[in-house]
Design a protein around this ligand. Structure first.
Ligand SMILES: *Cc1c(COP(=O)(O)O)cnc(C)c1O
Length: 431
């Protein structure tokens, strides 16, 4: 179990915004050992420059072409993160009325908001129509009827796209694959023409687009093109039926590097999409994208402190102060997050499972990692900016972590750590 070989880890997933300087891991110009000492752990740390760089990679890929990028904000809905994207001119892809209120709270532009999700309630539709969102991505005929009724009652017209399920295999984890027939999402491509006819016939609706979102953490672009050809066939059929659309929304899903993945760049995706649009006579269509993970995933880390080391015949455990309630992805998807010591110790490493204090065997954060650690050491889980804090819960009556945004040599606490009073608020006992 003891190994003296140096661990040959690739560079940090959030490089260059997360990097070692003088033997200490930094976020931009802030030393993370200091940050952990001042703010405590577990602690989510985001880099403002990393958010800007991820956004810029989309801007550069777009060039002058008509593309609206709507941040898939369920990946990270902290107000400070949303405010950065709003400032940079992003739209937002929302999946609830609560998310819309967050967009409005940071002064985001509702005319750049698309509303996705299979279970929109009437109050959420009303709120979104009132705000003036750009489009509802509708996922069923029943939803079309509800939206029509709500808009009609308000004397308004709701802009709609249908989320079409193109039945393509995104070749990703089953829990984050959404474009296959057996998924709950979207309208089957064979049923889409009928659903569009219904949409065109109902009062209070205006058909404006076609939408899909085939999955998440895609590391290969070919599924996008399988979907694109099917959607363009559908748009041909719609044109023949006298239904014209203004935009095509290809959803989110671009992957990031957690370990050694080499995900496609926004430019690789967009260049080929525009080639295909041109080739099929749709060069004039406006394009929309809904990236979540690829805008924030590698802009965040989760810091955690080793509480105990526990050695058994079978395993070495590093028990840390973060748990599945703070970062659910390993438990939920067996997801891999890179793990680093904030101040690495020289010398021999041992293989550890890094686990939390929650009373579940599924409560682990990293497995079979070569580490040289001692009690009190601070570790960083990489690539924790997407689907990290947003999935945190209070299981085991654990307050959720604080979140901090680093900006150069400065940092800002953008969400306070939850207290036990926060957790008990709203609860009462019987008289
Ligand atoms: C989750 C989601 C996204 C964002 O997906 P990423 O994989 O994080 O890019 C975009 N659109 C819809 C409809 C979603 O549900």
């Amino acid at each position: 179990m003891t190994s003296s070989a140096p661990v040959n880890q690739p560079e940090l997933a959030g490089h260059p915004h997360f990097h070692y300087r003088g033997g200490v891991l930094h976020a931009e110009d802030v030393a993370l050992d200091t940050l952990a000492a001042e703010l405590g752990t577990p602690l989510y740390v985001y880099s403002r420059a990393a958010l800007a760089a991820a956004w810029q990679s989309y801007r550069d890929a777009i060039g002058g072409r008509p593309v609206l990028v709507c941040f898939g904000m369920k990946a990270n809905s902290n107000l400070a993160v949303l405010k950065e994207f709003a400032r940079m001119g992003a739209g937002f892809d929302i999946v609830s009325g609560g998310e819309l209120q967050r967009v409005l709270a940071v002064g985001g532009d509702p005319s750049r908001v698309v509303f996705s999700g299979v279970g929109k309630q009437a109050w959420e539709m009303r709120m979104a129509i009132e705000a003036g969102v750009k489009c509802f991505n509708v996922e069923s005929q029943a939803e079309l009827r509800r939206l029509s009724r709500v808009a009609h009652e308000m004397g308004k017209v709701a802009p709609v796209s249908l989320r079409v399920n193109p039945d393509v295999d995104a070749q990703t984890h089953p829990y984050i694959s959404t474009g296959l027939k057996e998924n709950k999402f979207g309208i089957a491509i064979e049923a889409a023409l009928d659903a569009y006819r219904l949409a065109a016939s109902l009062p209070g609706l205006k058909v404006v687009g076609v939408d899909c979102h085939i999955g998440s953490q895609l590391t290969d672009i070919s599924p996008y093109f399988d979907a694109l050809e099917k959607l363009l066939d559908l748009i041909d059929q719609l044109a023949s039926a006298g239904i014209t659309i203004e935009h095509l929304d290809l959803g989110g899903g671009l992957g990031i590097r957690y370990t050694d993945e080499v995900p496609p760049s926004p430019k690789a995706l967009l260049d080929r999409v525009f080639d295909r649009l041109q080739a099929r006579g749709y060069g004039h269509l406006h394009l929309m994208l809904e990236p979540g993970r690829s805008l924030v995933g590698n802009a965040g880390l989760l810091l955690t402190t080793v509480q105990f080391l526990k050695h058994s015949d079978a395993r070495n455990f590093a028990i840390v102060d973060a748990a599945m309630n703070d970062l659910l992805r390993p438990s939920l998807y067996e997801a891999y997050h890179g793990l680093r010591a904030v101040t690495p110790r020289p010398g021999a490493t041992q293989e550890y499972d890094v686990v939390g204090p929650v009373c579940e065997s599924g409560d682990w954060l990293a497995r079979q990692r070569q580490l040289h650690v001692e009690e009190g050491d601070v570790l960083a889980l990489e690539s924790a900016g997407a689907y990290g804090m947003v999935m945190a819960s209070n299981y085991n009556s654990r307050g959720r972590p604080a979140e901090v945004m680093v900006d150069g040599a400065k940092y800002y606490v953008v969400r306070q750590r939850e207290t036990i009073e926060d957790l008990m608020r709203g609860e009462t006992t019987l008289p």
